[in-house]
Design a protein around this ligand. Sequence first.
Ligand code: ACO
Length: 343
Amino acid sequence: MPNAYISGTGSFVPPNVVTNDELREKYGIDTTNEWIVKRTGIEARRFSERGIATSDLGLEAAKKAIANAKIEPHDLDLIIFATLSPDHAFPGSGVYLQQKLGLCDGPNAKFVPALDVRNQCSGFLYSLATATSFVKSGAAKHVLVVGAETHSAALDLTTRGRGIAALFGDGAGAVVVSATEEDRGIRSFKLGADGRHADALAQRVWDIKKRPFIDVDENGNGLVPASDLWANMDGKLVFKNAVERMTTVLMETLLAQGWTGNDIDLFLFHQANLRINQYIADMLAIPPEKTIHNIQRYGNTTAATIPLLLDEANQTGRLTPGTKVALVAFGSGFTWGSCLLEW
Ligand code: ACO
């Protein structure tokens, strides 16, 4: 059975920087830089322009990851696209990315399977676990895993929506997971979910139990009340569960692997809230030099946070052969996961 390892990383964030002060000055939101920084650590985020789709952000990150892996798009055997903000309700963003990568063009078209994963903040880790299984089973040699989000299009950028609008930003990260006979790579995973809290962080734009699924006027136009249109969140419940679940799943994965926290060189936590991550680091006595964060610059980019961090670590020389890395995430669902790997 081959091992699976991350052979390339890439990332992309839109150039438009929106600071906390700009949320107030440009969008008229009743908020302050101090409020947001104190509770979340976020100082700015990126918003992409109208006309840009999530698959476009994913494309830029994917191209870099493919180049970094020293392969061509046609070497891919599978595309996995993690997002909660897909281009459309259906089909998934994976098939748009496949087209944009040029895989459907010309006599050498390669119609590789494309799969979307809808697991929100833990979507990247669920996708990485899926890619690893494909590679280890021999079903794929190179799998592209993308985490990308366009939150800016679906935030209530008014004072009414400030509790959520201040938290999220746009961005994309990607990795290529490849087969190797070398003794390295992705060592273990643990994933979990607790559907009892499915409604604690949700965007219920439509309700399929209704007939039709969205209320319509006499002309057939959809009518969505603000309470359903925008995401809603029980922030305190999310905070509490994120701390508990991320700590527990990390400890369980380390135990199962026979490693301790001291063995880990780099901890990459999902970037939902700097306070959540500081809490976990304090509880597990993880020194600050063993973590990196980008939430200050990008806000919460959901499925993109961990691949963005991985690319940053890769580009800055933090990942060298043998470096032991722990990835941990928690999010809507609730869903969570942890992955241990050896670079
Ligand atoms: N600026 C100013 N005031 C605000 C803002 C804002 N951006 N947002 C909310 N407020 C106000 C509220 O209206 C409320 O006012 P009121 O007391 O007059 O009613 C007050 O601040 C307190 O609001 P709370 O929601 O109770 O604030 P809390 O201390 O819980 O902090 C926060 C909110 C930061 C979201 C916190 O609950 C949290 O971090 N939770 C974790 C959730 C999270 O990280 N979610 C990310 C997505 S999930 C994931 O990726 C894991």
